[in-house]
Design a protein around this ligand. Structure first.
Ligand code: ATP
Ligand code: MG
Length: 259
């Protein structure tokens, strides 16, 4: 189910503004890759190009290639809706549908994809997805309660359950723990460890401990100054990035000297 991502010389624009320049990288299946770097260097912009969420902004476009198992995400005739089904996304703030039940929140993506599904299959999928998101035991007795009736950390796991219910191959997470307390953060980190057995995972984080705890590879992005495009500065095994990076700026960033 997990897929390999290959990015070749990608430039990312908001109209005339080039926000990210010249990114090339390979992300292996069944791995966790962390994107780190100072605010404004283009981490969110870049991660959104991996499931064609960037272009929903008027005037936004990319140059270059993103291949998923060799298929160009931006090739002619590729349906962005299908892409987003293969490549799921979890956002910074947990965003369950607040009045929709926990059960329906899990099924929301599946129903959006117009998949008809029997009650029994739906029940199974809800349980499997909530199990997968490590939330089942906490909510199994209140599946009909609204999505807003659980804690922030539980809501974020609910959003992860919603993402995995459509059986994606890749899961993108843009600062999924930034609105969470330390206990919920650890729960999400444990979950990421579990999920990587089945999925390719990319996570943006400002938390260096988190990057070093959860990821196999780390990509450090930086900008030369305001108005300049963000660039991928160094990409390597997480242990190398944090203990023996080859670029001075990487070392300064991971040791907290800036950003
Ligand atoms: N919708 C948009 N329209 C125009 N420019 C944008 C838009 N979103 C982001 N930008 C610009 O693109 C650049 C990269 O922003 P981005 O949000 O990707 O950075 P980031 O690395 O995710 O930062 P942070 O760590 O603060 O989340 C910034 O200069 C930002 O102002
Ligand atoms: Mg961001």
């Amino acid at each position: 189910m997990s897929k390999r991502i290959e990015v070749n010389d990608l430039n990312v624009y908001y109209s005339k503004f080039k926000a990210v320049e010249g990114v090339s990288m390979v992300i292996e299946p069944r791995s966790v890759t962390a994107f780190i770097g100072p605010s404004g260097c283009g981490k969110s912009t870049f991660i959104r190009t991996l499931n064609r969420m960037h272009e929903v902004i008027p005037g936004a476009y990319v140059e270059g290639e993103v291949l998923i198992d060799g298929d160009d995400l931006y090739g002619p005739g590729v349906d962005p809706v299908l892409v987003r089904r293969q490549v799921g996304m979890v956002f910074q703030r947990p965003n369950p549908f607040p009045t929709m039940s926990i059960r329906d929140n899990v099924l929301a993506g599946v129903k959006l994809n117009n998949r008809r599904i029997s009650k029994t299959d739906a029940d199974e999928l809800v349980e499997k997805s909530l199990q997968g998101a490590n939330l089942w035991n906490e909510v199994k007795d209140r599946l009909e309660r609204p999505g807003s009736s659980i804690s922030g950390g539980q809501q974020q796991r609910l959003c992860i359950a919603r993402a995995i219910a459509v059986e994606p191959e890749v899961i993108l997470m843009d600062e999924p723990c930034s609105a969470l307390d330390p206990i919920s953060t650890l729960a999400i980190e444990d979950l990421i460890e579990e999920l990587k057995k089945d999925y390719t995972i990319v996570i943006v984080t400002h938390n260096m401990q988190q990057a070093s705890r959860v990821s196999d590879k780390t990509a450090f992005f930086n900008i030369a100054g305001t108005g300049k495009p963000g660039k991928l500065i160094e990409y390597d095994d997480t242990s190398v990035i944090f203990s023996n990076p080859s670029v001075k700026d990487t070392e300064d960033y991971v040791s907290g000297k800036f950003g």
